[in-house]
Design a binder for this molecule. Structure first.
Ligand code: SAH
Length: 275
């Protein structure tokens, strides 16, 4: 018998702000703390990225504020969001700031905690499963294997200016890192692939675009560095998407398990064997 999860519940007190990671989409990937935060919240401030099914877990009396694009303001600035969190904290609400994936992985959790510290609003961080880990697992791509890579890098395809980050040395990454997981890649896909080839990667190297990972709309496109931009344009994959480069992509040929294509060689788990 599994212990009731509320043994581990921490009280979300009035006047506190919790920065909560919602994971990549599948509600089953929420942590116990994230679930209990949603149960206790007076107000949930969320991004466009948070899956509808997760928002559906929130009770009818809870105020939902969408600070994603086309939400609360036409184009909310990060400073507006920080101000909103501080205001809600000062109003003595139980505030959940719900973010896709993990709050500290390209999630601007750093800026928000800084604003809360400045305003002396108490807060807690509830880590979430980041898309680059959980989403890749749902795409059937292992992040590391003993045969292929001792390192993996998470890198963003574009920065706060909306363009390709000038701080990323793509050629150097291409030379030194076997597996790259690129967040927000789509606007710069052709350019990233070109620079990786310029850094010495083979144009024929396999790569994958993983779209809407862990949702019922998940799609995975396998391509090569030289063809990926054209293939992506042709298949019109919706965001959010990740771009993965490296030999682990080939493992998808047999790791691919979602949605539900179990290996016929494995007997289904019986209650006895699941103990
Ligand atoms: N904090 C988030 C990342 C925010 S940046 C996290 O930890 O996952 C937004 C980017 O995350 C998207 O552009 C995309 O690259 C990636 N992403 C988030 N959810 C995703 C999903 N379900 N499938 C594929 N990519 C996803």
């Amino acid at each position: 018998m599994i212990k009731r999860y509320d043994t581990y519940t921490v009280e979300l007190e009035p006047g506190w702000v919790w920065l909560v990671g919602a994971g990549p989409g599948d509600p089953g990937l929420l942590t116990l703390h994230a679930l209990s935060a949603l149960e206790q919240a007076d107000v949930v401030v969320h991004d466009a990225l948070v899956d509808e099914r997760i928002l559906g877990l929130v009770g009818p009396d809870v105020e939902l504020i969408n600070v994603g694009k086309r939400g609360w303001k036409c184009s909310p600035k990060q400073s507006d969001i920080c101000e909103l969190l501080v205001d809600l904290g000062k109003q003595n609400k139980r505030v959940v700031r719900l973010k896709g994936g993990d709050p500290f992985v390209f999630g601007r959790g750093g800026e928000e905690t800084q604003a809360l510290v400045k305003a002396e609003i108490p807060f807690r961080i509830v880590p979430g499963i980041t898309a680059g880990i959980g989403g890749l697992a749902y795409a059937g791509i292992p992040l590391t294997t003993r045969e292929t890579n001792d390192a993996v890098v998470f890198v963003t395809g574009h920065d706060e200016s909306g363009g390709m980050s000038r701080r990323v040395a793509w050629e150097d990454l291409a030379r030194t890192v076997p597996v790259l997981v690129i967040y927000m890649p789509m606007k710069s896909l052709a350019h990233i692939a070109e620079r990786m080839i310029a850094g010495g990667r083979s144009p024929a190297e396999h790569c994958a675009i993983v779209s809407r990972a862990s949702t019922p709309h998940q799609r995975v496109l396998i391509s090569t560095l030289e063809r990926c931009a054209a293939d992506a344009a042709e298949s019109d994959l919706p965001n959010p998407s990740l771009f993965v480069v490296g030999p682990v992509v080939d493992y998808r040929a047999w790791v691919n398990w979602f949605p539900g294509n179990r290996s016929p060689r494995l007997a289904p788990l019986s209650p006895a064997s699941a103990e």
